[in-house]
Design a protein around this ligand. Structure first.
Ligand code: NAD
Ligand code: UDP
Length: 323
């Protein structure tokens, strides 16, 4: 039987990749998006597909539909975008999650939620395992996103415990690839666009902070594997480990300083005359970030396959087509 899937935020970077892959897998896919940071350009090629529907809608407003699975991605993900309208950001995380879970409860849909490494804040434990509760400022400029995502996790846990909703969460670590918005403000799109445009490459702080960068295809593979598991397998796995809710980290544990990332970008674009310049470090910018992916390995038999050099080359090729 054809699976009916709803993707909130499906016109964004990750959602457009997920939509494309679910269509290849034979699903009927509905994308709901208010186009705040996403764009129809990401899904133009899907609009004619008879198994694809686009719905212009804000996830904070209730909605109805019968789906087998709901993938909740709606939320701006880049600091410059989620800080542009912080109240909307936290509303989107909380009310959007609530609307998704209410619909799932009424229709018995399985729910996938995109949580984030940001729920660990500026971590004091390195690398970060799922059992770490995090170090998050509740009133900083990143809090609208971090606390919104933390509250969304709490809602998932409570709908699962109280009402038996089948929810699965991935804490996504920095993910990049084609379809990122060129003015998205995230570090990889910024560095590539700056290098291609012969503009200075902006290292915030001194560039010694680290991130672990995952290529989008690796994440999409993990999402499909996770959502494909039988509920008993998921329940058993997390119960055995005394973990209340099915949540796993998914990311590439190869850790780089931001300066190393800038150097690798320039190495791949030798024609660029861009120079590295320092700019102020944003408030509460995490110093280090690297996922512990033991649970994802054990549960899904998953590990990332695409190294940074290769993923960066594919992403540069994409940005060349739109720059
Ligand atoms: P994105 O900004 O490209 O996509 C987000 C999408 O959500 C956009 O299409 C946007 O228009 C839509 N959206 C925003 N507010 C909405 C609302 N109120 N109603 C309906 N649609 C709305 O970002 P992305 O990188 O594709 O991220 C997708 C999800 O994954 C987000 O929830 C994000 O928090 C999460 N995530 C991403 C990363 C990453 O590295 N890319 C890391 C951790 C978590
Ligand atoms: N960053 C940077 N220059 C930029 C954009 C980002 O040095 O032009 C840094 C940013 O301060 C952070 C890291 O790169 O330390 C990753 O930033 P991004 O916004 O991509 O993701 P997040 O901070 O949410 O991990």
């Amino acid at each position: 039987m054809t699976q009916k899937s709803l993707i909130t935020g499906g016109a964004g970077f990750l959602g457009s990749h997920l939509a494309r892959q679910l269509l290849v897998d034979g699903h009927e896919v509905t994308v709901m998006d208010n186009l705040f940071t996403g764009t129809k350009a990401n899904i133009y090629d899907l609009l004619d597909n008879p198994r694809f529907t686009f719905m212009l809608h804000d996830v904070t407003q209730p909605f109805w539909g019968q789906f087998d699975a709901i993938y909740n991605l709606a939320c701006p993900a880049s600091p410059i975008h989620y800080q542009r309208n912080p109240v909307e950001t936290i509303k989107t995380s909380f009310l959007g999650m609530m609307n998704v879970l209410e619909l799932a409860l009424k229709t018995k849909a399985r729910v996938f939620h995109t949580s984030t490494s940001e729920i660990y804040g500026d971590p004091e434990v390195h690398p970060q395992p799922e059992g770490y509760w995090g170090n998050v400022n509740t009133v900083g400029t990143r809090s609208c996103y971090d606390e919104g995502k933390r509250a969304a996790e709490t809602l998932c846990a409570d709908y699962a415990r109280e009402y038996g909703v089948d929810v699965r969460l991935i804490r996504i670590f920095n993910t990049y690839g084609p379809n990122m918005h060129p003015q998205d403000g995230r570090v990889i799109s910024n560095f590539i666009m700056q290098a291609l445009g012969q503009r200075d490459i902006t290292l915030y702080g001194d560039g010694s902070q680290t991130r672990s960068f995952q290529y989008v295809d690796d994440l999409i593979r993990a999402i499909r594997l996770f959502m494909g598991l039988a509920p008993e397998r998921v329940r058993g796995f997390f119960a055995e480990r005394k973990l209340g809710v099915p949540v796993i980290n998914v990311g590439n544990p190869d850790e780089y300083t931001i300066r190393q990332l800038a150097e690798e970008t320039l190495r791949q674009l030798p024609e660029s005359k861009s120079r590295l310049v320092l700019a102020p470090l944003p408030q509460d910018d995490p110093r280090r970030r690297k996922p512990d992916i033991t649970l994802a390995r054990e549960l899904l038999g998953w590990a990332p396959k695409v190294p940074l050099s290769e993923g960066l080359a594919r992403t540069i090729a994409y940005f060349r087509t739109i720059a």
